[in-house]
Design a protein around this ligand. Structure first.
Ligand SMILES: Cc1cc2nc3c(=O)[nH]c(=O)nc-3n(C[C@H](O)[C@H](O)[C@H](O)COP(=O)(O)O)c2cc1C
Length: 347
């Protein structure tokens, strides 16, 4: 007879059940108060060590900051209400990180981050020249002469803004998947027309087909159409400043109650990300314009958002998606991508 069976026999069934329940409580306690904090701490340490902090000198860290600032310039270029001379601080940072990038990456001219920075700056130059000379002179003063020469020449075209028309979306329902993937862009300005729940539903029906871990389906979608709530929520969000409000805002969340242990703690974000991407392709296929918007919030921002939109405490915020109808014509960022060969490691 094994030790377990012997103890069970000696203590009797009632006592045995008590022991089992104590063991289970101890296991749960350990999982919640020892394993979960330890694993979250381990994850935090990796992030703390490698994220692109301002003093980071690794090429990848500098590249992240360069791409971030190029993106800010592209957003400025794509506003319908174009603001001449926009982005003085952004240009300064762009110049700083471009120079650091050129020092860190020997073949920088052949790389996407450099080329798309130059392309975005070229459009900035073209849109300001010749009537807003002071903006051009300011930008020129920030960059080395050989860089500015490439900016003026327009040496690259893979950056800046591009125009999207409502007409080009008319046959999206019969488009192939690769056409949908190629033609989808984040659209931040919409037609002055509401989006109804009926219009949204077909896209959501497609998105619920998204896989999730062990089919747990933790994703929840909060559909917001009240203009006051949208305005309040996006004011806190901060990444949509300067654009007219969208007619519909979706908040994608993940319900923590669908997960079983400390190892699953990030899975809701993975599932929500997959769901959101399906939804964005589905919206594009339905001829609706959309833009994912981050929920990278500190405590105060998160608490305010939860209160504005009545989000239950057990749901983690993953991201927003603003939704609207395509206007006749709208500009958006080129947002050039890395070459596939630059992102794969074949093992
Ligand atoms: C999770 C996530 C958060 C984003 N947050 C914002 C945001 O706060 N503001 C914004 O204007 N764009 C935001 N974007 C849109 C990105 O800028 C855009 O997806 C990227 O530049 C690629 O361009 P594309 O979507 O047109 O292909 C976000 C995208 C993702 C995936």
């Amino acid at each position: 007879m094994g030790l377990k069976s012997t103890v069970k026999k000696v203590v009797g069934p009632e006592q045995w059940n008590r022991i089992r329940s104590v063991r289970q409580s101890y296991g749960e306690f350990k999982e919640r108060y020892v394993t979960l904090p330890r694993e979250a701490y381990r994850q935090m340490k990796r992030y703390r060590k490698y994220y692109s902090r301002p003093s980071g000198t690794a090429a990848e860290q500098i590249q992240a900051r360069l791409i971030f600032h190029t993106h800010q310039i592209e957003k400025g270029l794509s506003h319908t209400q174009f603001r001449y001379g926009f982005g003085k601080n952004t240009l300064k940072e762009e110049a700083q990180y471009l120079k650091a990038y050129m020092r860190a990456v020997p073949n920088y001219r052949n790389t996407m981050p450099y080329q798309s920075a130059i392309a975005a700056l070229h459009e900035y130059y073209e849109r300001h020249e010749p009537e807003h000379k002071e903006a051009v002179e300011y930008a020129q003063s920030l960059f080395p002469a050989e860089v500015w020469k490439e900016v003026v020449e327009g040496a690259y075209s893979n950056g800046g803004s591009l125009v999207i028309t409502a007409n080009s979306k008319q046959n999206n329902r019969s488009a192939t998947f690769s056409q949908i993937v190629d033609s989808r862009h984040s659209i931040r300005e919409y037609a002055n027309q509401p989006v109804t729940l009926d219009e949204l539903m077909p896209a959501l029906q497609m998105a619920v087909r998204t896989p999730s871990v062990c089919n747990r389906q933790p994703v929840r979608v909060h559909v917001v159409t009240d203009p006051v709530q949208i305005k309040q929520a996006l004011k806190v969000q901060g990444g949509f400043n300067g654009y007219p409000m969208p007619p519909m805002l979706l908040l994608i969340t993940a319900d923590c109650r669908d997960f079983l242990n400390s190892m699953e703690r990030n899975e809701g974000f993975t599932d929500a990300g997959l769901f959101a991407m399906s939804l964005m392709y589905a919206l594009e296929a339905e001829g609706l314009a959309a833009c994912p918007l981050n929920t990278m919030f500190n405590r105060a921002m998160e608490e305010t958002t939860r209160s504005i939109l009545s989000i239950p405490d057990y749901e983690n915020l993953a991201l927003y998606i603003s939704v609207g109808h395509f206007p006749e014509s709208v500009k958006t960022c080129v947002s050039e991508r890395h070459e596939v060969t630059d992102i794969i490691t074949v093992h």
